[in-house]
Design a protein around this ligand. Structure first.
Ligand code: ADP
Length: 163
């Protein structure tokens, strides 16, 4: 699998699947979650309600339609909330591993990822990047391209410097 980094907005990526940094309720939220629900339109929330009546556990992944976005699917992951004391790193690496497993179930060959947990959830950014890259490199998958989407120049430089 090729791992690449671009600076931009994940909702505009022309890939098979975009990954969302969701929360356990799976009913939308702020940050990248809000951006994905806005860009995808109400079908994304309707599919979340249908597929995840009880939400999703931290570290787990599941998919919905991508609605109006160019991607076919959203793969939702729930990152650990470092600010709330969820500091077990395996919960973060699990998000990337599970996202690739779901991508394989869907037959997705290109997947765009945000920096899970590195926003409101407060995971230290350098380690969030290292956890992402380490796990993407170590996971066996049919996915051919993993695209890290950096939101802003400093995130881009951080990821590119560790790639
Ligand atoms: P979390 O609650 O998992 O920390 P956030 O959405 O607050 O999730 O932040 C996760 C990462 O997504 C942060 O690095 C943030 O800068 C980034 N982000 C926010 N909006 C977008 C977007 N539209 N495209 C790509 N990344 C985004």
């Amino acid at each position: 699998m090729d791992i690449e980094v671009v600076e931009g907005d994940i909702t505009a990526q022309e890939v098979d699947a975009v990954v969302n940094a969701a929360n356990r309720r799976m009913r939308g939220g702020g940050g990248v979650d809000g951006a994905i629900h806005r860009a995808g339109g109400p079908e994304v929330l309707a599919d979340c309600v249908r597929r995840f009546p009880a939400g999703l556990a931290t570290g787990d992944a599941g998919w919905t339609t991508a609605g109006l976005m160019p991607a076919h699917w959203v793969i939702h992951v729930v990152g650990p909330n470092h600010n709330a004391g969820e500091t077990d790193r395996s919960l973060l690496t699990s998000c990337y591993r599970r996202a690739l497993e779901v991508a394989d179930e869907l037959g997705a060959r290109s997947v765009a990822f945000p920096l899970v947990s590195a926003g409101v959830y407060g995971w230290p950014r350098e380690d969030a990047v290292d956890a992402a890259l380490e796990t993407l490199r170590a996971t066996q998958t049919q996915v051919e391209v993993a695209r890290m989407v950096a939101f802003g120049r400093s995130a881009y430089e951080l990821i590119a410097g560790r790639l």
